[in-house]
Design a protein around this ligand. Structure first.
Ligand SMILES: Nc1ncnc2c1ncn2[C@@H]1O[C@H](COP(=O)(O)OP(=O)(O)O)[C@@H](O)[C@H]1O
Ligand SMILES: [Mg+2]
Length: 307
């Protein structure tokens, strides 16, 4: 049996003549937070809706908890909690009253379900405030509380930080992390903001124009964050020999026949320039570069980037 809580094979959704999701192979590991990253219209919500059976699958397959969902929906869906669209809460009831209703509708067995769920998201139990008086942050929290009422093993959260202020975002991040680390839940979360996903996710999938362009661990991706000196010289071969011998440089790469990348940014470039010139090697340019994850995403999504 596979270790994945969600695995899709060639998952595809076509609306009319538009391919919204194109042959996506998603791999969400048990206990991990998996971030789906992509700009608006990339296909994130459609992927989530297909996993949750909220829209039909055009072609491809979805496994959840190690088995094909098809024909097993009644067994699988109660084990998932989700926020896709803002749940229809009643404005003239309190948060607790709203959750009591949803809890009854869903037949949640645990008597303290509402109290526990509110506690996880940091909302007061049996408090008098009506939903209509809630701030956006409180509404989003109540949405999450509603999604975890029945203690699901898997959470699917579509842009849960949308519209929140930085403090709200940080709080949201904290309890999603807690749900994963302390309660061992698996979380699939989407966002169009790179920095949000980067701080939260263990693994990340980059979606663009319906396709999953890359799937990787956050650790692996962080290696794309790098600082280096880009050194352009008349003779790369001779220059690298001098750098190795006189400056004990080992960590560098040759970009082309005129350019070196030196990963030790503490090098004394004045001394390097002098040493190269003494050997009749012309230094055409030298500059400090800083490649960020942002640059990398721009590169792979071909242009405007994501955030
Ligand atoms: N019900 C629908 N009918 C037709 N096209 C849709 C529908 N839902 C989404 N789309 C299209 O599918 C693409 C992916 O949308 P969506 O999954 O909502 O992207 P994201 O969540 O990444 O912003 C978009 O081009 C969108 O216009
Ligand atoms: Mg969306």
């Amino acid at each position: 049996m596979s270790d994945y809580v969600i695995e899709t094979r060639q998952l595809t959704k076509i609306y009319g003549d538009q391919t919204a999701v194109n042959a996506v192979n998603l791999h969400v590991k048990k206990g991990s937070v998996y971030g789906l990253l992509g700009r608006n219209g990339a296909g994130k919500t459609t992927i989530m809706k297909m996993i949750l059976g909220l829209t039909s699958v055009t072609s491809g397959e979805i496994d959840v908890f190690g088995q094909n969902v098809k024909g097993r929906e009644k067994k699988v869906f109660p084990r998932i909690g989700a926020i896709i669209e803002t749940p229809g809460f009643y404005p003239n009831l309190t948060g607790t009253e709203n959750l009591e209703i949803f809890s009854k509708l869903r037949g949640t067995a645990e008597p303290n379900a509402v109290k526990n769920a509110l506690e996880v998201v940091g909302l007061p139990y049996k408090d008098k405030k009506l939903f209509s008086k809630y701030s956006l942050g409180m509404k989003q929290r109540l949405g999450i509380a509603n999604a975890i009422l029945h203690d699901p093993e898997l959470l699917i959260l579509d842009e849960p930080t949308n519209g929140l202020d930085p403090i709200g975002i940080a709080e949201m991040r904290k309890f999603i992390k807690d749900l994963s680390v302390e309660q061992g839940k698996t979380v699939l979360i989407s966002s169009h903001i790179l920095s949000e996903i980067a701080m939260l996710a263990d693994d990340i999938g980059i979606v663009d124009h319906g396709a999953l362009l890359e799937e990787s661990s956050m650790k692996e991706l962080e290696k794309k964050n790098s600082k280096y000196i880009l050194l352009q010289v008349s003779d790369v071969f001779k220059a690298s020999l001098i750098l190795e011998r006189q400056f004990q440089l080992k960590d560098y790469s040759v970009q082309d026949d005129q350019t070196l990348r030196l990963y030790d940014t503490s090098l004394d470039m004045g001394a390097v320039n002098k040493a190269l010139m003494m050997q009749n090697i012309a230094v055409i340019s030298s500059q400090l570069c800083n490649d960020t994850l942002e640059d990398y995403f721009k590169k792979i999504t071909g242009g405007e980037g994501i955030a």
